[in-house]
Design a protein around this ligand. Structure first.
Ligand SMILES: *[C@@H]1O[C@H](CO)[C@@H](O)[C@H](O)[C@H]1NC(C)=O
Ligand SMILES: *[C@@H]1O[C@H](CO)[C@@H](O)[C@H](O)[C@H]1NC(C)=O
Length: 329
């Protein structure tokens, strides 16, 4: 998720609000009992072949505290119920690689994590709103959130957002591409494998997105194929039930390279691509241009960068989109 760095938490909530206001259309309810999901051409389908349209909320759990945001404010079940009542059937729940690969980090308790950040007010909030979570370890707390969503019939996509816990994303944050400071491909594969294994058999975990918003000076197409194929195979062999979701280059705005070079995987019926688009993805175009022309250009651009995948027979998951609510873009 890219956002102005000054107010990460507010940004994520306003982003959630945007999605909420845009997606009031009826969604096809997918009961968690009809999983695992698979793909049929451009559609995601359930066990009976019925189309399942994912309507997800992004729920951030990859920040410094490595705890799903908001648990100091509301009981987890209240949040899950609220998500479902707004018409969503899914959460894209982010996680940092190190939660799965650093056992010391994974075994820190929620209370200790907030203590180490000096967030005593949040501990008090957690204590009153989520007493059953506050003394769990970080990995158990993550599982508790997934479980609460499952009880409320909300599907989950485990989203590997960053390696090192913290707000995502910039081109120089060391989390952008294979080989960056915090992005060792082998550790990433280990993390994906561990998460896929941990959630094997957890019915509401329907997908895993391999990595959010690849970016930065090291990004290149050859390494994208090399490592994304390895990541996809690792997830699938550890947990063949989940959809394997692959994101593109340049902050997940560009999958154009797939037009003439398909991904080569040993499995089929599980591959989904994801793309991101924000108002600011088009720079100042919307501010200064003729809206009809800008709209046409943006649509054509998006078809060329990612939309063409639908015609190639793959589902395309628009996993982040939004506009600046301050009205400046
Ligand atoms: C693992 O996590 C602990 C606790 O957050 C941290 O002190 C340590 O530096 C981490 N180790 C690595 C290799 O990232
Ligand atoms: C696809 O991968 C298989 C091994 O999994 C390999 O034998 C084959 O040559 C690859 N095909 C292409 C076109 O790269």
């Amino acid at each position: 998720m890219v956002a102005p760095s000054s107010t990460p938490i507010i940004s994520s909530f306003s982003f959630l609000a945007i999605i909420a206001s845009l997606l009031t259309v009826a969604v096809l309810p997918a009961t968690v009992s009809a999983v695992p999901l698979s793909t049929s051409s451009r559609w995601i389908v359930d066990q009976s072949g019925q189309r399942v349209k994912l309507a997800c909320v992004n729920w951030v759990s990859h920040l410094e505290a490595v705890v799903a945001e908001g648990l100091s404010k509301q009981p987890v079940d209240a949040i899950s119920k609220r998500i479902a009542s707004l018409g969503f059937n899914c959460v894209r729940l982010s996680w940092p690689t190190f939660l799965a690969t650093n056992d010391t980090l994974a075994s820190v308790t929620v209370r200790q994590s907030f203590q180490s950040l000096g967030l005593s007010e949040s501990i008090a909030g957690l204590q009153s709103n989520n007493p059953s979570i506050v003394d769990l370890t970080l990995i158990q707390a993550y599982q508790a959130v997934v479980s609460s969503l499952g009880k409320n019939n909300v599907m989950v996509i485990l989203d590997n957002q960053v390696s090192k816990p913290g707000w995502c994303c910039s081109s120089s944050d060391g989390n952008g591409f294979f080989g960056d400071q915090y992005f060792n491909p082998d550790i990433w594969i280990k993390g994906l494998t561990r998460m896929a294994t941990l959630f094997k058999g957890v019915a509401n975990v329907v997908g895993m997105s391999l990595r959010n918003e690849l970016r930065g000076p090291k990004q290149n197409v050859d390494d994208w194929y090399k490592y994304m194929q390895r990541g996809a195979e690792a997830v699938h062999s550890a947990n063949p039930d989940v959809l394997v979701i692959l994101s593109g280059l340049n902050y997940d705005k560009d999958l154009s390279f797939l037009a003439d070079r398909p991904v080569n995987l040993t499995f089929s019926g599980k591959t989904v691509y994801e793309v991101h688009w924000y108002g600011f993805s088009d720079g100042q175009a919307w501010k200064s241009g003729n809206p009809n022309q800008v709209c046409g250009a943006v649509v054509n651009n998006m078809k060329r960068k990612s939309g063409f995948l639908l015609e190639k027979g793959f589902p395309l998951f628009v996993s982040e989109f939004g506009v600046d609510q301050r009205g400046t873009m």
